[in-house]
Design a protein. Structure first.
Lengths: 223, 475
């Protein structure tokens, strides 16, 4: 047999057999008998490097993990303490946001003046600023039929929908949200009546349960 | 120097595995070329969105998904599996068993992938990066992978000596871990999807797992085998190789959540990923220490692996740096991330796999490569293309990141600003495609020469020198 050319560029000659490759490296791992004591400890440089990485990583985790709390989304945050005071939102701000979120402003307009002949105004309306009992029911359950606001008759062609968490409502707002929106409309558009609390809404909700929309006559019977 | 002598370079391990493994490697190179064409189309569509998009199958989102899928599941997996099986067989010292399963699995994998790409073209892609194959081909891919991997596991469990080598660990880890990743991702994302944000967390874990627990180990198995074989010296600092291995396997997949920085996930997830990215530098530095002999080493395969090793190290370092929130807020969602991915998967994994193919093919066919010029041309063209691609994408990403952080810059202005650099990236894709066509032609010529010689007569003399015995302390 002919001896192959020393350096054929079309292939890379192997310089070691597979068996000797395994054996030589196994020996380096110190797993086989090593008479000369060749194996070394982790060199100091590598040891320091790894320790520094672990130390840095651990510190970073401690600082920015939010104590591994699933409720912490900001890396600078801390998990909420049990019983800690939760920041209270201003119901007027919440109400304003809900009002303008294509819910109320579509009909009653951003400034609460409504549309003459179709949508009654909220601004300076006796229904808004007057009885708590009535206005809570209007928002919770809706209102159908003709209505007289500020001396003007509205034929009731566009009924007020139900917003509360009651049967037939497309909005399912919680009592919290109902109270917030009522508080807002009673404090803006030139109105200045006292706020409506969640407890008041909850009381009406519990008393009336699920029912159909109110009419003007039914509302006028209420205090 | 008879074939039976114990230190013959080509033995029954190679000759019996020849056709099944050539099937895997050939499939890999075929997909590499297809992925190159698709990447070119996807790249052109980044600056000229109307290009080819009158065909629904080639609209930008679909071409990008097809290019990524063909590259990862077509090229990288086929090549990585083929080389891993070959290395496990050679290190085991016995001819590979269950090779008919390899053939069946290879056909199933590649047919499944073809159907998957057609599915993506028809609009059935999932929305998860690196898991975009339609749900209906995914179970087939899992079974096909299992069929291919069996031969590797048998070669490992039936090895002649009790001792193992670093290539064993990395290859076997990849063979075992990928089915776990794919089945877990399928179960939680495709069949019974978890809710809301958790999907993004699982998808991030899977995409990182494919890279950290499968593609990177496959490539490292190749590098750890080829480098000492060619240089003939035991790997320096090899006693730390187990630490390097375990740090990758344990920490690797934890780094995936760094892409969720700023997202609606608990803060500890990205924080843990950022810390893991830094810890992984330990793995990267051990790999660099072990394989540093490749840099400046002689031979084509080692030259490829040296570049791959540099890209792998640079990629690890960049991952660690860009994972920090203050930097991620600049780089996230820009072409800079794409540049980093290309550095890792093209510069790192693929370069090492190329080196492995250049080393393995002459042993599988029993003959040298058809052309040495094509090998050098492939390497040079590839390096030029890759450098141009990385620079273009990084520059485009830089411009894009600056624009994104100014609220007055419109989307159209941003597209105009990045356009020159994206044109460069398209040019780079064209160069890369040309380079890989050189590999494909050389591969076909070499395999055809082998077919002819097998049909006519046995080769007159082996072109391989018998290998020497390695000394443990030669370094």
């Amino acid at each position: 047999m002919s001896t192959p050319p020393a350096d054929d560029p079309r292939l890379d000659q192997s310089a070691a057999t597979d068996d000797s490759l395994i054996a030589a490296h196994e020996k380096l791992l110190g797993r086989q008998k090593d008479d000369q004591g060749h194996y070394r400890l982790l060199p100091l440089g590598l040891l320091f490097f790894f320790s520094a990485l672990i130390f840095g990583g651990g510190t970073y985790l401690g600082l920015f993990s939010g104590m591994f709390d699933p409720r912490v989304y900001d890396e600078h945050g801390h998990p909420p303490k049990a019983g800690a005071a939760v920041a209270k939102l201003d119901p007027r701000e919440v109400g304003k946001k809900l009002y303008n979120n294509a819910a109320c402003n579509t009909c009653h307009q951003v400034n609460g003046i409504g549309v003459p002949g179709v949508y009654p105004p909220l601004a300076e309306s006796e229904w808004v600023s007057g009885s708590d009992e009535r206005v809570i029911r209007i928002l919770l359950y809706g209102l159908q039929g003709p209505l007289k606001v500020k001396g003007v008759d509205y034929p009731g062609t566009a009924p007020m929908p139900s917003f509360g968490k009651v049967a037939g409502s497309g909005y399912n707002w919680s009592d919290d949200k109902i109270a917030a929106v009522l508080t807002y409309i009673r404090s803006d558009f030139g109105n200045s009546s006292k706020p409506v609390t969640t407890e008041q809404v909850a009381a009406v909700h519990a008393k009336e349960g699920d029912r159909k929309a109110y009419t003007q006559e039914e509302l006028l019977k209420l205090p | 120097m008879t074939p039976a002598s114990s230190n013959a370079e080509v033995t029954a391990v190679d000759t019996q595995a020849r056709w099944p493994l050539l099937l895997l490697l050939g499939g890999a190179i075929k997909w590499l070329v297809i992925a190159g064409v698709l990447s070119l189309i996807a790249s052109i569509q980044l600056h000229s969105p109307a290009f080819m998009s009158h065909w629904p199958a080639f609209t930008p989102g679909r071409t990008a998904a097809m290019a990524e899928t063909a590259f990862v599941y077509g090229w990288a997996f086929n090549a990585g599996l083929g080389l891993a099986l070959w290395i496990l067989g050679r290190l085991g010292g016995e001819p590979l068993r269950a090779l008919n399963w390899v053939v069946v699995g290879t056909f199933a994998w590649n047919i499944g992938l073809t159907l998957g790409l057609v599915g993506i073209a028809l609009g059935d892609a999932t929305s998860f990066s690196l898991l975009q194959l339609p749900g209906y081909v995914q179970p087939a891919m899992l079974v096909a992978y299992g069929a291919i991997a069996v031969a590797g596991i048998l070669a490992w469990s039936g090895r002649r000596t009790d001792s193992t080598f670093a290539s064993h660990w990395y290859a076997v880890a990849a063979l075992f871990l990928f089915p776990w990743l794919l089945s877990a991702a399928q179960a939680t994302l495709i069949w019974t999807p978890v809710r809301g944000v958790l999907q993004a967390v699982v998808a991030g874990w899977y995409a990182q797992g494919v890279w950290s627990l499968c593609l990177a180990p496959l490539a490292l198995a190749v590098a750890y085998y080829v480098v000492p074989k060619v240089t003939g010296r035991a790997l320096p600092a090899y006693e730390f190789a187990p630490l390097g291995f375990w740090s990758l396997i344990v920490i690797g997949a934890w780094t995936g959540a760094r892409h969720l920085t700023g997202g609606p996930v608990p803060a500890w997830l990205p924080t843990l990923a950022i810390a893991a990215c830094s810890l992984l530098l330990f793995h990267t530095s051990i790999v660099l220490l072990n394989l540093r002999g490749a840099i400046g080493g002689a031979g084509n395969s080692v030259a490829f692996i040296a570049w791959g090793l540099l890209a792998y190290t640079a990629g690890g370092l960049l991952d660690a740096i860009t994972s920090f929130r203050s930097i991620a807020s600049f780089t996230q969602f820009t072409h800079l991330v794409t540049a980093q991915q290309q550095l890792a998967i093209y510069g790192g994994v693929s370069m090492i796999l190329f080196g492995g193919i250049y080393f393995a093919l002459p042993r599988l066919t029993g003959r040298p490569w058809a052309s040495a010029g094509f090998v050098s041309a492939h390497r040079v063209t590839l390096l030029i293309g890759l450098a141009l691609l990385l620079v273009s994408l990084a520059a485009a990403g830089w411009v894009q990141a600056n624009d994104l952080n100014h609220k007055d810059v419109t989307f159209a202005a941003m597209a105009a600003d990045t356009r020159p650099w994206l044109l460069g990236a398209s040019g780079a894709q064209l160069i890369l495609l040309t380079a890989n066509l050189l590999l494909a032609v050389n591969f076909c010529r070499s395999v055809c020469a082998c077919c002819c010689c097998c049909a006519e007569s046995a080769p007159v003399g082996s072109p391989f020198r018998p290998a020497a015995t390695m000394e443990a302390h030669a370094s």
